[in-house]
Every structure is written in C-alpha cells, then in structure tokens.
Design a protein around this ligand. Structure first.
Ligand code: 13P
Length: 257
C-alpha cells in the first residue's frame, strides 16, 4: 500500500477550516484526517504564522502535522520580521516549506539560500519540503530537467546526502501554480522520474516527491495515481474544507488501488 503526503499551503490566506462556524463540516474533515493518518498517510497544514497556535489546538489528537511556509536560516539574531526554525519547533511545527517559487520570485530567494534554510530546518528537527520547478519560458526552451537538476544540486551541496534523507521534494512547475491548469500526468511523470534519478545519483534513494500546481478535488485521483508521485502540495484547494477533504480521500482511495 502506498503512503501519501498531503500538504495544505494556506499561503497568506485564512482557510475555511480556521474560520468555520459549522461544527459538522469541521468534524467530517477531522474524521477524514484521522482516517488518513491511521492508514499511514501524512497530513500537514501550513497556515500563516499567526494562525499556527490555533491550528495546533484544532488538530490536537488527530495526528495532523503542523508546518510552516518559511523559516530563517539562523536560530536568533537581528533579522527583523523573520521566524527561526528553533522557534517553529518550539511551537510544535514539524515541517517547513522552503524555496517556494513565490518566495523565489518576491523575496529573491536563491538556491543557495534555500539550501541554508533546509539545513537549518533539518538541524532543528524539522522536515523541509523543498520546492523546485521551472518557469513557462524554461519549459518552452526545453530546459525543465536542467533547471530542476540544478536546483537539487545546489541544495544538495549545502545540505549533503544524509541530511537530505529527511527531506521531501515538491515539484511545482511555476506555470501551474494558481492557474487552474495543472501539469499533465505525462509531464508530472517525466519530471518526477528525472528528480528520482537525480536524487539517486547523489545517493538519496527514496526521496518522497510531491506534486504541486492546481491540484484539485477533480484531478487528485489522476495525479496521485502517477507512479512516482508521493503526494500533493495543495494551495488554493486547501482553503476549502470540502475540496481539501476530497483530496485527502483521494489519497486514501489511491493507496488501496
Ligand atoms: P495552487 O494549488 O493554488 O496552484 O498552489 C500550489 C502551491 O503553490 C502550493 O505550494
């Protein structure tokens, strides 16, 4: 049976789950989470920093993990507006997304910096979800595999193989994020196979590889059924209780297929 990772990245939004006044809906979602976790799947919610404590309270006892959308590479210091991995660990966070393309674009994060963040997360006991992926121009120029291999290489050279063993990779083609147009299963299979090969060549044998980019209740079954897909990093659809529940149910279903 396959074990999937389903990660909800709320970005700078408040999810329905956090705000809902509908106890029945909330209970259904929590029941689905508990069922998924009971079957060996990993469910991670990544709210904004200010909502972390609230989410931690709500999912208490369900086995759902708490993740951060970012962290700094130092544990303390004069870094205005930043949050450190040790602070996140203290709050009960066990996962952290690093290298999201929105941060690469808006905060000019480089592969080297992302490697430093992943290393800091790992040394504080957090598991990094390392995002990689190509732009539409890079895909059009046939550079997809070159781009993602270089991203893995740079991060690997900072963290090393043994450290990366505790990480997961999220392949998120930039052009598929928030567009409603996910990559096709052929494109996903090709990229994930290349990532798997690239990791193996560097001695990282069983790296879980998630797909992200317009994952929805409608396409989750198809995407999760792909051979080298270990789960999904979900943005927009993770804000809706019904859609996110349906994606978690897809994981439960696909694991038995
Ligand atoms: P969407 O699911 O909204 O396309 O976002 C994907 C993403 O960026 C998750 O990190």
């Amino acid at each position: 049976m396959r074990h999937y990772f389903i990660v909800g990245n709320h970005k700078m939004n408040v999810s329905e789950f956090e705000n809902s006044q509908e106890p029945e809906l909330k209970k259904r979602l929590l029941n689905t989470f508990t069922k998924a976790v009971g079957e060996g799947h990993t469910i991670v919610l990544c709210p904004t920093f200010v909502r972390m404590e609230h989410i931690a309270d709500v999912v208490d006892g369900t086995g759902v993990a708490l993740g951060s959308q970012n962290c700094h590479w130092e544990n303390s210091g004069a870094y205005t507006g930043e949050v450190s991995p040790s602070m996140l660990a203290e709050m009960g966070c066990t996962w952290v997304i690093v290298g999201h393309s929105e941060r690469r674009r808006d905060q000019c994060e480089t592969d080297e910096l992302i490697g430093k963040k992943a290393l800091a997360a790992l040394t504080n006991g957090l598991r990094p979800i390392i995002c990689i992926g190509e732009s539409v121009e890079q895909r059009k120029r046939g550079k997809t595999i070159d781009v993602i291999s270089k991203q893995i290489d740079s991060i690997h050279s900072v963290c090393g193989r043994l450290m990366l063993d505790a990480s997961v990779i999220a392949y998120e083609p930039v052009w598929a994020i928030g567009t409603g147009i996910s990559a096709t299963t052929e494109q996903i299979e090709e990229a994930h196979l290349a990532i798997r090969k690239c990791c193996r060549e560097r001695g990282i044998l069983d790296m879980p590889i998630l797909y992200g980019g317009s994952v929805s209740a409608d396409n989750a079954d198809e995407i999760l059924s792909c051979q080298h897909v270990s789960g999904a990093l979900v943005g927009g659809a993770s804000l809706s209780m019904e859609y996110f529940r349906s994606i978690v149910e897809s994981a439960i279903r696909c694991a038995h297929a």
